[in-house]
Design a binder for this molecule. Structure first.
Ligand code: SAH
Length: 549
């Protein structure tokens, strides 16, 4: 059956797509329908046709799915923000968990990922969780000020007097600003003409501190009657910073580079756990502080730090994870491409009196190979955390990680597909996926945050049989010293840090069996580094000490 545009069809929604939209089939075509839920039977109108897929708009529900709920927000369907408020929260979580499972199985080639996945970590109260909001500001056709959100896939602003996912105080903040702009006839920005002053309202709230920042993004250099606005805003408890951000470009970018403080400090502070962070209008900071704590606790758990490790935090942003881990590690190195973020990271380290965190500015795929080749401090990592943007890790970085041979890699990801792609690469190179947790950071949207633990396919995985043999006919010492024990010994006795790779190279040289394929160079001309003489001597001493040679 050929589908026809603008015609109505009946459809059964069988699945849910990447943004939480419903998916069904009509006559062999896959049809994506926003605002529907798995289990819905509905009339839809075909609005767009491609070769094998089509897009439909919900016209009328025939039988609603059992997973359907009434959205708490009255404008949820028009607003482009929450794409899944009409789906029960339980089902949202189930959908996110399954999305990760399917990606790990299909793309990651992980067998039975569900056996390694923890139950999804959702929010007890999945509303008013966002600490940062950016409201586009304009006028409706009658000239009334509108402050709200863009309608899905458009730039028309829906006036939003209440938002159920932003910090609760936002309703009051936007009301004050709406009144100020109206009373003092302040112009609002028009995207078409590039005229008008106020473009966006940015608010940030420290959930632990109660501190509030209000920042008006303006297409100009000053705001008339600014004192009146400050007077009204400072009546609100917790007001800490009132500022302007200057953006005079005709662009979709929300923020310009320059900020002017009108009143109070030029930043607010907040905590994740007991680490304090300074947040300025331009800083990147996780938007759901409650779940960020849950996520970082998971990272800490998976990193399993004992206090003596060298940890790398790749794609570190303002160093949030680096600082969270620093107290449990010997040394943390963070790498981040954006220089301002690194400045914030250094400032935050100072603020928390953390002295064992060092930060590099640059692309992880350039900085890390260079540090590794130099062989200096940090070239042997025990634990690596990566938290890349949606496109996942750069191939050069993954290659370097494989050479650095950290014991554990903790991968934080906001895109399960690229996560799974990178997991497959790491699994081909000596690592095994041990655990995975889905943390719901973006309730009511289709976005999924995942953290997984990969660790080296330990000799123990392969040696188990040998240990049993050992119990029968090897001298007790032969099989007993683990890589960790050898590392400890070398560090204590020789003051040297050695990697698993080096230990396995020396073991092999000494004729000690190393798990099959374990740390073997992939090819003769492989770029795997060779253990330096001094470290080889130290490792041999350890092997001797443990009676293995
Ligand atoms: N780990 C941080 C931030 C994660 S967001 C936190 O939890 O807050 C991903 C970060 O990667 C962004 O700060 C972005 O600027 C940075 N980034 C993007 N590409 C990069 C690259 N090639 N090398 C290093 N950092 C990069």
């Amino acid at each position: 059956m050929d589908l026809i545009k603008n015609q109505d069809y009946e459809i059964v929604i069988e699945d849910m797509g990447n943004d939480g939209e419903g998916i069904g089939h009509i006559g062999g075509m896959t049809v994506f329908v926003k605002d529907t839920v798995m289990g819905d039977v509905a009339f839809i109108k075909i609005i767009k046709l491609k070769k094998n897929i089509a897009y439909g708009r919900l016209v009328k529900l025939i039988t609603p799915s059992k997973y359907r709920v009434e959205p708490v927000c009255k404008i949820a369907r028009q607003c482009g923000g929450c794409t899944m408020q009409h789906v029960s929260y339980e089902k949202q979580l189930d959908y996110k968990w399954n999305k990760v499972k399917n990606c790990l199985a299909r793309i990651g080639k992980v067998e039975h990922p569900e056996e390694r996945m923890e139950p999804v970590l959702g929010m007890e109260h999945p509303y008013h969780y966002r600490n940062k909001s950016q409201f586009p500001t304009g006028r409706d056709k009658d000239g009334n000020v509108v402050i709200g959100f863009y309608a899905g896939r458009t730039h028309s602003i829906i006036d939003t007097k209440q938002c159920v996912i932003s910090a609760e105080i936002n309703d009051r903040l936007t009301a004050v600003i709406r009144k100020f702009l109206t009373d003092y006839h302040i112009s609002t920005y028009d995207e078409q003409s590039g005229e008008g002053l106020v473009r966006h309202i940015l608010t940030r709230v420290g959930f632990a501190t109660g501190e509030i920042m209000v920042c008006l993004v303006i297409n100009g250099t000053g705001l008339c009657h600014a004192q009146r606005l400050v007077d009204a805003l400072t009546e609100i408890e917790g007001m800490t910073s009132v500022c302007l951000n200057i953006n005079q470009e005709k662009t979709n970018r929300i923020l310009g580079d320059q900020c002017v403080t009108l009143w109070g400090r030029d930043f607010i502070t907040d905590y994740i756990g007991d680490i304090k962070y300074q947040i300025s209008p331009l800083s990147f900071f996780q938007v759901n502080p409650v779940q960020t704590k849950v996520l970082y606790d998971k990272v800490l758990e998976y990193a399993d730090l004992k206090g003596d490790e060298v940890v790398w935090d790749m794609y570190c942003g303002i160093g949030t994870i680096s600082l969270f881990l620093a107290r449990n590690a010997r040394q943390v190195f963070g790498v981040e491409a954006v220089p301002q973020a690194i400045e914030d990271a250094k400032k935050n380290a100072e603020l928390n009196h953390i002295t064992n965190a060092e930060f590099y500015t640059g692309k992880a795929e350039e900085v890390v190979p260079a540090v590794y080749r130099s062989g200096g401090a940090g070239s042997a990592a025990d634990v690596v955390v990566v938290d890349p943007p949606r496109k996942g890790c750069d191939a050069v970085l993954l290659d370097t990680l494989v050479q650095m041979q950290p014991q554990r890699i903790v991968y934080v990801s906001c895109d399960p597909a690229t996560l799974a792609r990178d997991v497959a690469i790491l699994q081909e190179n000596g690592y095994t996926l041990r655990k995975a947790a889905v943390v719901d950071q973006f309730c009511h949207s289709g976005h999924v945050e995942t953290v997984v633990l990969l660790s080296q396919r330990k000799p123990d995985d392969v040696i188990e049989v040998e240990i049993e043999l050992g119990e029968m006919d090897l001298t007790s010492a032969e099989s007993k010293a683990t890589y960790a024990e050898i590392k400890d010994y070398v560090l204590k006795e020789h003051g040297l840090k050695v990697s698993n790779l080096y230990i396995s190279q020396v073991k092999r040289k000494c004729g000690i069996e190393v798990g099959e394929n374990y740390n073997l160079p992939k090819s003769e001309d492989s770029r795997q580094p060779q253990c330096p003489e001094e470290k080889e001597k130290a490792i041999k001493d350890a092997l001797d000490h443990f009676g293995m040679i």
